[in-house]
Write a protein that binds this ligand. Structure first.
Ligand code: SF4
Ligand code: ZN
Ligand code: ZN
Length: 308
C-alpha cells in the first residue's frame, strides 16, 4: 500500500499505512494525523461550535474518544482543559485516573480531576444506595450537573464531549425504532446554551470509532480500554452491530444515515417544540444551578448522604 499523498509504502498500520476504505484513502502516519485534524477543524467551523476566544471544557472519561478529542482540540490551538470526575469505583476509577495522569505527563495539556466523594460525600457505588435510578442514568445526571457547574466555576463557556459517529448512529437507530421524538428533537451536534446551561458540542460526531483509535495509535496516546462495571453498553453495541452489518453491504450508510438526520433536524426540533411542554427551569435555592424544583437533585442527594 502507498500513502495517497507522499507515496511512502507500507503493508499495514504497523508499517505506518492507515487504510481508510470508507474514504477511499490510504495514508502514512503523518498524513493521517493531518487529515484527521483538518476534518475535525472543518466540522467545528461548519457547525459553528466554538472559536479561539472560547474556553472549552472537555469531559474526560479516560477512554479513547475523550482523550483524542482533548488532544486534537489542543493541537488545533483551541483553549481547552480536560475535566475528569473520579467516581470512586474500585479498580476501574484508579486505573482510569492513572491513564489520565499518564496522558497529562505526556502532553502537558491542563487537566482537572475532581473526586465524587469530595463533591457529594460518597463514591458512586455508595451514592447508588440513595437512589432508585439505574446506575448510568444516575451517574450521567451527576456528571452533567458537575461538568456544567465546575466548568463555569473556572470560566469555561463550552462543554465538549467525545461522542463519535458510531455512538451517534447506534443511538439514532435505537431512537428511530422507538420514535423517541425527545431524542430526535434535541441531539444535534451543538446544543445551544440556555438557562445557565453551557453550550454542548460533539466535535467528533462525524469520525468513525476506528478512525479515533487510529488517531490514538498515531500519537501513542494513553487511554483506558476496560469498561466501567456498570456499563449497559451491550444494548447500544447491539444496534452498533446492526449498523456495522448494514455498512458491510452498503458502504457509507452510517455517514449518510447521520447526515440525513442532520438535514431533517429542523423538522424534528420543530415537532418536538410544538408537542412537548418542557418543565420551567429555576435556579436551585442552595447551589444556584438550573433545576425543575426549588432544590436540585444534587443538593437533595447531598443532604441525604450528610444525614445518613
Ligand atoms: Fe457512569 Fe455508566 Fe459510564 Fe459507568 S458506564 S461511568 S456508571 S455512565
Ligand atoms: Zn504520506
Ligand atoms: Zn442545588
Amino acid at each position: 500500500m502507498k500513502c495517497n499523498i507522499c507515496k511512502s509504502k507500507g503493508i499495514n498500520i504497523e508499517n505506518g499505512i492507515y487504510n481508510l476504505p470508507f474514504h477511499n484513502l490510504k495514508l502514512c502516519k503523518e498524513h493521517y494525523k493531518s487529515w484527521f485534524e483538518k476534518r475535525v477543524l472543518y466540522h467545528i467551523k461548519k457547525y459553528n461550535m466554538f472559536n479561539k476566544e472560547d474556553k472549552i471544557a472537555v469531559a474526560l472519561s479516560g477512554g479513547k474518544d475523550s482523550i483524542s478529542l482533548l488532544y486534537v482540540l489542543h493541537k488545533l490551538g483551541y483553549n481547552v482543559i480536560g475535566f475528569h470526575i473520579d467516581l470512586g469505583i474500585e479498580n476501574f476509577s484508579t486505573k482510569t485516573k492513572e491513564k489520565i495522569l499518564e496522558f497529562h505527563e505526556k502532553t502537558q495539556i491542563p487537566i482537572k480531576i475532581y473526586s465524587l466523594k469530595k463533591l457529594i460525600g460518597a463514591s458512586l457505588p455508595k451514592a447508588l444506595e440513595y437512589t432508585k435510578r439505574p446506575p448510568c442514568s444516575f451517574c450521567g445526571a451527576v456528571k452533567r450537573y458537575y461538568f456544567n457547574k465546575l466548568s463555569k466555576d473556572i470560566g469555561c463557556n463550552i462543554i465538549a464531549t467525545g461522542h463519535n459517529l458510531d455512538d451517534e448512529v447506534s443511538t439514532l437507530l435505537h431512537n428511530i425504532l422507538t420514535w423517541n421524538i425527545k431524542y430526535l428533537g434535541r441531539k444535534y451536534p451543538v446544543l445551544k446554551e440556555r438557562n445557565n446551561f453551557l453550550r454542548k458540542v460533539k466535535p467528533l460526531f462525524h469520525v468513525r470509532n476506528i478512525e479515533v483509535l487510529y488517531y490514538t495509535q498515531a500519537y501513542e496516546l494513553p487511554f483506558i480500554s476496560t469498561e466501567c462495571p456498570y456499563s449497559t453498553k451491550s444494548k447500544l453495541d447491539f444496534f452498533g452491530n446492526i449498523m456495522n452489518n448494514i455498512e458491510k453491504n452498503f458502504p457509507s450508510t452510517k455517514l449518510n444515515f447521520y447526515n440525513g438526520y442532520l438535514e431533517h433536524f429542523d423538522y424534528f426540533s420543530q415537532y418536538f417544540t410544538n408537542h412537548t411542554k418542557l418543565p420551567d427551569l429555576q435556579n436551585c435555592q442552595i447551589c444556584g444551578e438550573p433545576t425543575v424544583s426549588n432544590i436540585c437533585m444534587i443538593c437533595t442527594l447531598k443532604e441525604k448522604i450528610k444525614g445518613a
